[in-house]
Design a protein around this ligand. Sequence first.
Ligand code: NAD
Length: 491
Amino acid sequence: MTQQTTTPPDGLPDQIRHYIDGAFVDSLDGTTFDVLDPVSNETYIQAASGGPDDIDRAVQAAQRAFHEGPWSTMLPRERSRVLHRIADVVESRGEQLAAMESFDSGLPITQAAGQARRAAENFRFFADLIVAQTDDAFKVPGRQANYVNRKPIGVAGLITPWNTPFMLESWKLAPAIATGNSVVLKPAEFTPLSASLWAGIFEEAGLPAGVFNLVNGFGEEGYAGDSLVKHPDVPLISFTGESTTGQLIFANAAPHLKGLSMELGGKSPAVVFADADLEAAINATIFGVFSLNGERCTAGSRILVERSVYDEFVERYAAQAKRVKVGMPDEAETEVGALVHPEHFEKVMSYVELGKSEGRLVAGGGRPEGFETGNFVAPTVFADVPSDARIFQEEIFGPVVAITPFDTEEEALALANNTKYGLAAYVWTNDLKRSHTFAQAVEAGMVWLNSNNVRDLRTPFGGVKASGLGHEGGYRSIDFYTDQQAVHINL
Ligand code: NAD
């Protein structure tokens, strides 16, 4: 058996530390945890493991920066300049970022590079948005004038998952600091490497010390994530992760009545009607579940196909899934790399085994040939999956897809809505009226019609049902990270 190995990227630090008040620091009690690379599953670095005291230290630094300025009182134009510089630095370090992200998370290098570009774009987008921001003013002629004062809230707690970590962190960091808040970021424990690069990026771009603070570590009670949620001086929590974690955070934040934004799990349907452009639908649904290793919250992990084209679809889809190139994350031609962590690999593999009794295996079904070690899973396709199957209902978060036939539009809609999740939906049809009525009826926060998963950052991002609480994106992010105070003036 050949053990898979990978070469660490250039510039790997010796250890991963917290970053508080403009300086790298260890945990107060000195504890660390192991970080593995997903190809060898060997520990490649130690990261500082934060607890309540470290969180408190970071929150205090963030509060000082917030109250003593200058960040929270700067003109939007001045903050915008710093955000644009952050984007410039991210772009200039794009290759290094992608190499680190790919090494730490197992994402294919080309896709990690795309995510680094998107992180820069998130900063540019919010840099532009805050200078274009207008607020409401209302006049009652001759009697009263009323206007809205928009104010940053204070210290925002940002808790992020391990899939596309750097990009997802930027999606919270950019609007949180653009609006004048200070932040404490708690990145996912499986993938802390790219988050540690923010400190240098922000320093180079001129962000004042204390505005950005980073505490690494676990999420559970007694550790960094839980302590951040329960800290009384953190009025906002923006969380992305599993729905069950979201429920717990919701409960833990309740005694403090914190502002919450939650982007949670998904089991999104891709619905293919017989009149669709089948070639385009197959290409998009292959990409939709196998890109980013299937570790994508908006993955189209259930494909519903109209019966008259079902057999043809399944046959062509399975053939194409078998051509998806599994490979080492750092190789340019790799389309599916290594799953993030052995624990997650075991979880995905358990669904692959379960699927063999719940559906008809037509592609994959285990490790790809030649990859006896490391967290590699062959793109796996199950057909004829009934709606009560666990692989139809539960988020697998890997390169595994369930295909199910339907006969009528009503049945397609019922199947699409038959999960606890409601993040995204994809609809493939050339019937214009049906595409829009289906979009209206499907229980999903975002719908793509005859389209790949490409976002417009001005639109709402978020899910319904167990997929989330609140929406970010465009001005909704600005709204989440600010208070809108009404000022009334009698004339
Ligand atoms: P997770 O819920 O296990 O962990 C997410 C983060 O929460 C980590 O940083 C973790 O340390 C922290 N955490 C865990 N328990 C906590 C607690 N009690 N208090 C505070 N923090 C705690 O999720 P994951 O496995 O890292 O990420 C995968 C999940 O994220 C999937 O369900 C995926 O769908 C979801 N996700 C959703 C979106 C979206 O936008 N809707 C985007 C990406 C990922």
